[in-house]
Design a protein around this ligand. Structure first.
Ligand SMILES: [Zn+2]
Length: 331
């Protein structure tokens, strides 16, 4: 073998590895890489302006001297059990111009920026196919096998080019199929958040777990929202608690995956966020084109088919092509 071929061997081997059978995407809106990778933020953790003046219990619980210890305190399952079978990057560049949610989710889902069409969060059907739709076609799945469970009602138009092509349950929408689903559908109207378009993440995640057990979807997207909501409200205390909850969700999701033969050993779990936010006391609450740092987010690929760290997506628009390669569905 010539030297040049030897040098390209690792990438070749990854590209030819067994395609994954199932793909799960999990996002938590506006969850900063700073908190995921460094744990509780010393610039915010004592500040009244971040509502941390009465949160001594959270400082006691999550503060450690070293960033590696802090992040393990805040996200113990992610940095413990899951990181051992993951490729993780804290440097994913958001390339759309706006650094708000719909342009970010669209960039993740379609692998492209569409700055001339998707300029903010206005309701507008995505003009491009999402990788969820591409995988559904490639794997010849029924609608129930390609599903999105989300807190924010915008997924009806963000996640699919063709309305009705995916099974989508988002916002305050009821869902049936089991007594548990009916109970959760009732509960979401009894414990409403103060956002009219967004239900509590707890409801969304419990519906997602029940959906996996009932339907065993091969393309599945779980989208949580409250990290962004609490950050906008300048509540670093609640934001930290939500990150700790996200950590628990990831652990429960992966435990469920590993307990089912349809998923064990053949499933990739991709975890990311739609945009970054600022890194100072003034800017951590916000994002958008004028906020320094809003263009940087993070990515973890857990389980089967994951690329080596050096071959992970580097830009948000590279995530969908990376997933299609993992699924053997790249064009
Ligand atoms: Zn936001």
């Amino acid at each position: 073998m010539r030297r040049r071929e030897l040098l390209t061997l690792p990438a070749f081997l990854w590209a030819q590895s067994t395609p994954i059978r199932n793909l799960i995407l999990f996002t938590s809106d506006g969850l900063r890489w700073q908190d995921v990778f460094n744990g509780i933020d010393p610039k915010l953790m004592g500040e009244r302006a971040a509502h941390m003046h009465e949160a001594r219990h959270l400082r006691d619980r999550f503060w450690r001297e070293a960033p590696e210890e802090r992040r393990a305190a805040l996200m113990p399952r992610f940095w413990g059990r899951l990181a051992g079978q993951a490729s993780i990057s804290s440097e994913i560049l958001v390339t759309n111009a706006f650094k708000v949610s719909y342009p970010g989710y669209s960039e993740i889902l379609t692998g492209r920026t569409q700055d001339d069409v998707i300029r903010g969060n206005e309701p507008k059907q995505n003009p491009s196919e999402s990788f969820l739709e591409v995988l559904k076609r490639h794997w010849r799945l029924d609608r129930a096998q390609a599903a999105v469970i989300a807190s924010w009602n915008a997924y009806e138009w963000m996640a699919q080019k063709t309305p009705g092509s995916l099974e989508i349950n988002c916002g305050y929408t009821n869902i049936g199929g089991s007594p548990r689903m009916e109970e959760l559908s009732r509960m979401q109207h009894q414990m409403m958040s103060d956002e009219p378009e967004t239900r509590h993440d707890w409801i969304t995640f419990e519906i997602a777990l029940e959906y996996i057990r009932l339907h065993k979807p091969r393309v599945f997207y779980v989208a949580l929202d409250e990290t962004d909501e609490w950050a906008h409200k300048k509540r670093y205390d609640r934001y930290l608690q939500m990150i700790h909850y996200v950590d628990e969700c990831l652990d429960r999701l992966w435990t469920t995956v590993e307990s089912m033969p349809e998923y064990r050993g053949s499933t990739a779990l991709v975890v990311t966020s739609d945009h970054g936010r600022g890194s100072t006391l003034d800017t951590w609450t916000s994002h958008g084109s004028r906020i320094p740092g809003a263009d940087r987010t993070w990515l973890a690929v857990i389980g089967a088919g994951r690329p080596p760290v050096g071959e992970l997506a580097k830009r948000q628009c590279d995530i969908a092509p990376m997933i299609l390669r993992m699924a053997g569905a790249a064009t």
